[in-house]
Design a protein around this ligand. Structure first.
Ligand code: FES
Ligand code: FES
Length: 169
């Protein structure tokens, strides 16, 4: 990735959702606030303490709490927010399975579940529980979220089987 740091004093380039964006960053600014300064409000300031997961984004594909990550730590890495997942299968699965709940917790869940279905093709129930653990829904609406995860996993398993059958013909 061709990143230019320190374009002007205090201004950095972040690679967010496939685009380079310039943002003014002080050394103490969190990634959460840098993203919101860029107009990306999907990551939510919930607890700002690492407890709720409402601020979850992907850093090089790995879920992180943006409230506990400094903006400058994201320079030279790729950031994905909920806005970058509008066309993702997991977002559609959230809609289809009634897993879209309040606007505060849902974006973080979509982000973490996208990473889960991308990285684990056949997770056990326990593994899904572990992945969801850093994200809190105060209303305990977890079943629909798990249903959305299973729907995407089922769909990719079927697509893979279809591909195998075609290549065997
Ligand atoms: S706002 Fe980051 S974990 Fe709650
Ligand atoms: S639906 Fe968002 S906290 Fe429960």
């Amino acid at each position: 990735m061709n990143v230019r740091c320190g374009l002007r004093p205090g201004v950095f380039e972040l690679h967010v959702n496939g685009q380079f964006r310039e943002v003014a960053l002080r050394s103490s600014d969190t990634l959460l606030h840098a993203l919101r300064d860029l107009g990306l409000t999907g990551a939510k300031p919930g607890c700002e303490n690492g407890d709720c997961g409402a601020c979850t984004v992907l850093l090089d594909g790995v879920p992180v709490h943006a409230c506990l990550t400094l903006g400058v730590e994201a320079v030279e890495h790729s950031v994905t927010t909920a806005e970058g997942l509008v066309d993702s299968p997991i977002r559609q699965a959230f809609i289809d399975n009634w897993a879209i709940q309040c606007g505060y917790c849902t974006p973080g869940f979509v982000v973490v579940c996208h990473a889960l279905v991308t990285q684990c093709k056949e997770p056990a129930d326990e593994q899904i529980k572990e992945w969801l653990q850093p994200n809190l829904c105060r209303c305990t609406g977890y079943q629909e979220i798990k249903d959305a995860v299973y729907a995407v996993l089922r769909h990719s398993a079927q697509a893979m089987q279809g591909g195998d059958q075609k290549s065997a013909q």
